[in-house]
Ligand binder design. Structure first.
Ligand code: 13P
Ligand code: SF4
Length: 357
């Protein structure tokens, strides 16, 4: 992994802005810059499209024109875009160190061990489902074993479909999205087991034949910063307040909220609410901070002390300027490439999801 040259870190904001604008003009239709909703304001300013994970995957899959797709997000998102685009399209991550802590909580080797263990206990009754926040290798395993990916905006629809195909589901790596989704579909918590990849233990108190959902013990450290106490505090202070959170939050938080959903749903629910509605929002601070500029609604952080996603925050103007200069110079330093075999198997899972979405 190559470090960003010092000269970019020393440039003024004006110099960086000029550089980026000039590269955008030179590259024209060959370039597409897309950004996740958690990106910094300074980066979002240059994005031709922003979205949640599902939207960004759909944008990448639909775009056949741009030769260079600069993905301002995290590693699994750029990998997904690379797998869904044509061979002659290149996908870049402006800072290659921008990973996702949750995606790193499951690797294909752990998954293989888990799968063999579960096959011994449950036979051929399980569909593997991976949150899109996972490595390409994990997606490939899931695709190869008849499963699918999900995002926070389609998980209910897809898990519902999956349960018409198989008796039970292995959901990874986010236990919270898995639990919130299954619970919303009417599956009781007593039918959900927890698989601990570090010890290989399956935590479940009842009879094994009753298990419907096997949750991988992974989570997002950003969304674990919200608790029911934050909600109780704000409801006491502002009795009229509405709470909306991301489904990566623990179930106690989701159940104590008025609404929950993907980053895009959060934006839409707030935008469509009556003028003057007071909202507290439980998700990454970059997004909530931007929403605070909305003149029609009053917006609060659900937890003002929470940290934003550190990896999403790695991408700053110097990285974007460096990436665009590299493209102009024919240097592919920040290019993200997934090998052919992994792409083929992962796409089985991704395409199944896109069809069902
Ligand atoms: P969305 O798909 O809702 O944008 O979520 C992505 C993510 O990583 C949230 O932490
Ligand atoms: Fe990953 Fe959490 Fe950051 Fe989303 S907010 S990219 S799940 S670490």
């Amino acid at each position: 992994m190559q470090q960003i040259p010092e000269e970019y870190l020393k440039m003024s904001r004006e110099e960086l802005t000029d550089k980026i604008n000039s590269a955008i003009t030179k590259l024209g239709d060959d370039l597409l810059i897309i950004a996740h909703h958690y990106q910094k304001d300074e980066v979002v300013e240059f994005a031709q499209a922003t979205g949640d994970s599902l939207q960004l995957a759909q944008i990448a899959a639909a775009n056949k024109r741009a030769k260079h797709i600069v993905f301002c997000g995290v590693h699994f998102m750029a990998e997904t875009a690379d797998m869904l685009t044509e061979d002659d399209q290149h996908v870049y991550l402006p800072d290659e160190a921008a990973g996702c802590f949750m995606a790193d909580m499951a690797n294909d080797e752990q998954l293989r061990i888990c799968w063999n263990d579960l096959a011994g206990k449950f036979g051929d009754t399980i569909m593997p489902i991976t949150y899109i926040n996972s490595t390409a290798a994990v997606k490939a395993f899931v695709g190869e074993h008849g499963g699918t990916t999900v995002t926070s905006s389609n998980s209910e629809k897809i898990v519902q479909w999956a349960l018409t195909q198989k008796e039970r589901i292995l959901f990874l790596p986010d236990q919270h999205l898995g639990r919130n989704t299954a619970y919303a579909l009417g599956i009781p918590l007593t039918q959900m087991a927890l698989y601990k990849p570090l010890t290989g233990e399956l935590v479940y108190e009842g009879a094994l034949e009753d298990v419907k959902i096997i949750l991988w013990d992974g989570y997002c450290s950003v969304h674990q910063q919200f608790t029911p106490d934050h909600i109780a505090f704000l409801r006491h202070k502002y009795p009229e307040i509405k709470i909306i959170v991301h489904p990566e939050c623990p179930i106690e938080v989701v159940l104590a909220s008025d609404e929950y959903g993907s980053t895009n749903r959060i934006l839409n629910v707030v935008a469509d609410s009556p003028e003057g509605t007071h909202w507290a929002i439980g998700t990454d601070n970059n997004l909530v901070g931007r929403m605070m500029h909305d003149p029609h609604h009053k917006i609060e952080y659900l937890n003002p002390m929470s940290c934003a996603c550190l990896t999403m925050n790695r991408i700053k103007l110097p990285h974007l300027a460096w990436n665009l200069d590299n493209i102009l110079n024919g240097n592919f330093t920040q290019k993200i490439t997934v090998d052919e075999e992994t792409t083929k198997l992962s796409n089985l899972a991704l395409e199944r999801m896109l069809e069902l979405s």
